[in-house]
Design a protein around this ligand. Sequence first.
Ligand code: SF4
Length: 207
Amino acid sequence: MLPSDLERVPISALNQYLFCPRRCALMHVEGIFIENEHTILGSLLHDHSDEPGYETDEGVTVLRALPLFSDRYGLTGKADIVELGGGTPLPVEYKKGKKRHFENDDVQLCAQALCLEEMFGTGVPEGCIYHAASKRRRQVLFTAELRAETLSAIEAVRSLLQAGKVPPAILMPRCDGCSLRPVCMPELTGSAPSEAWRQSQRDLWKA
Ligand code: SF4
C-alpha cells in the first residue's frame, strides 16, 4: 500500500485516543461531540490561533492555523501556530490546562512536527506548548522515544478507525471531566477496571 493510500489519521484524534480510546471512537467513528466547560474554554483559547494568517516580527514569521499533512504517516490536521525563524519550523500548541505527567499533548505536537518535516523538507527538533493556566511556554524535544510513542499512537488510532468499533467503557477518574459522559454512560456500560489498569492510570496521570 502506498503511504498516500493509508487512512488519514486526524492529529487531534491522537490526543483523544491517549485520553480514552472510547472517547476517540465516539468522536471519530460515531461522529459524536458534546461541549462542556473544558471544551468551551479550549475553543475560546483557540479563537485567535484558529484565524488563518501570518505576521512577521523581529525576523520571525508566525503562521496561524496552518493546515498540516503527512503522506508518509497518513496524517492530517492543523497547527495552532508555527514560527519560522532561521528556517526551522517551530510548532506551538495552545492548551488551557497545566502540564500533565502523561505526554498526550506532547504526542500531538510531535505528530505536527512529523508533518512539518515532510512539508518543509527539514528537521524539526523541538516545539512548544503554551499552557494558558500558567501563561508559560514549555519546550518539547522530539526525542527518539517521543517519536516512537507518536508512531505507535498513530497506528493504534488508524486501527481503531479502520475497525469502526467503539471500545467498551471503563469507569475511571478522568470520566468526570469528559464531555461525552452523558452518552458514554460508563456507570452503566463500563466494566470495572482491574487493579493493574487503575495503577497504570495513576502512573500516567499523576500531576
Ligand atoms: S466517560 Fe470515561 S469511558 Fe466514557 S468516553 Fe469519557 S473518558 Fe472514556
